[in-house]
Design a protein around this ligand. Structure first.
Ligand code: GDD
Ligand code: MG
Length: 346
């Protein structure tokens, strides 16, 4: 079994965070996102992994290298321009000889991949797709299935009234290499609108995998990116245990950091500071009486005295002036500087 991770999208919905950091390596609890997917693959015994890139590929290669630090073997393909999800798989064809696990490079999940691969083999499927139920399916691809688990219909980004089904494509597939013959070469082509409906028309064995009690989140918008952090901090994502929430940093005796929060190496926490349910990247500097709550701060950000940061995401190397209030929904790109007393909300 091999794997291909689709990591070539621009991450536009996650801007400004993705202006300097491609979505596949935005940090989740201070680790580049793709490392969680590499963990999932490695645990299922899949170590021959190709990353399909297009946007800022050098930044991804720089962080992950040949994969040896993470117990896997990484290869890269870089499309001259994005070829679509299935087009990207076709573009990597030379590297693919075996049945392949394909992941959308932006889903955080504690999927038991071994069980999914087992089911794929037992059913002698041509393709298997991981499904997850959600409340609002309008932003995803709905997948309707029969009683026996066979896939029957795809409705990508359904409009109101188009389907009542709430099971969506969770962005993980197991594909037999023969499906490559159904993807046109050198064209922009998608799994969701192209290959999958085509497999159904051809009557191929295409099965859904609907695992019990599985965490799933597409991290592709700021709200979901922040939610993924809260879920990680509350240990709702099983299989990824946060070993050490405290790095090596200086903190004043009269400051409070709750048990949920993660504070990385080389931070400075001054007296009277409160840090609640938040993640601080390396080298953050939090001045007297500042309060950080339900927020994510990337590395080397400075928060001035008596400032409050709540329900917000702050990029790398930002400066939040003293007594500022950065509130719900705020997303600051790298190197943002806020003047003292700034308010981003009432
Ligand atoms: N290499 C490459 N080339 N990767 C691509 C391309 C491309 O042209 N287009 C998208 N990707 C990657 C993105 O980087 C992302 O990791 C993944 O493919 C999915 O693309 P998104 O743009 O995030 O799609 P989506 O979230 O709107 O919808 C997809 O994911 C949903 C689940 O999160 C669809 O697969 C839906 O059916 C699904 O429900
Ligand atoms: Mg997505």
């Amino acid at each position: 079994m091999q794997a291909l991770i689709l990591a070539g999208g621009k991450g536009t919905r996650l801007r400004p965070l993705t202006v300097y950091t491609p979505k596949p390596v935005v940090p989740i609890c201070n680790r580049p996102f793709l490392l969680y997917q590499l963990d999932t693959l490695r645990r299922a015994g899949v170590t021959d992994i190709t990353l399909s890139l297009s946007y800022q590929p050098e930044k991804i290669e720089q962080q992950l290298g040949d994969g040896s630090n993470f117990g896997v073997k990484l290869k890269y393909t870089v499309e001259p321009q994005p070829m679509g999800t299935a087009g990207a798989y076709k573009f990597a064809e030379e590297l693919i000889r075996e049945p392949t696990v394909v992941f959308n490079g932006d889903v955080l999940t504690d999927l038991d991949l071994k069980a999914m691969i087992r089911q794929h083999k037992e059913r002698q499927a041509t393709a298997s797709i991981f499904l997850i139920p959600v409340e609002d399916a309008s932003m995803y691809g709905v997948v309707e299935t029969a009683e026996d688990g066979r896939v029957q219909r795809f409705v990508e980004k359904p409009k109101p009234g188009e389907t009542n089904c709430r099971n969506i494509n969770a962005g993980a597939y197991v594909l037999e290499p023969k499906v490559l013959d159904l993807i046109p070469k050198g064209e922009n082509y998608s799994f969701e609108y192209g290959l999958f409906p085509n497999l159904l028309e051809k009557g191929e064995a295409f099965f859904a995998h609907v695992p019990p009690r599985t965490y799933w989140m597409d991290i592709g918008t700021p709200a979901r990116y922040l939610q993924a952090h809260h879920d990680m901090l509350a240990n709702r994502v099983t299989r990824f245990h946060l070993k050490d929430r405290r790095g090596d940093f200086d903190s004043a005796t009269h400051s409070e950091i709750d048990d949920l929060s993660i504070v990385a190496d080389d931070c400075t926490i001054k007296p009277g500071v409160e840090i609640i349910n938040s993640v601080l990247g390396p080298g953050c500097y939090i001045e007297e009486r500042a309060r950080i709550e339900n927020s994510v701060l990337w590395s080397h950000t400075r928060v001035g005295a008596a400032a409050t940061v709540k329900d917000a995401i702050i990029g790398r190397g930002c400066h939040i002036g003293r007594s500022s209030l950065v509130g719900a929904g705020a997303v600051l790109g790298d190197k943002t500087s806020l003047t003292d007393y700034t308010k981003t909300c009432a």
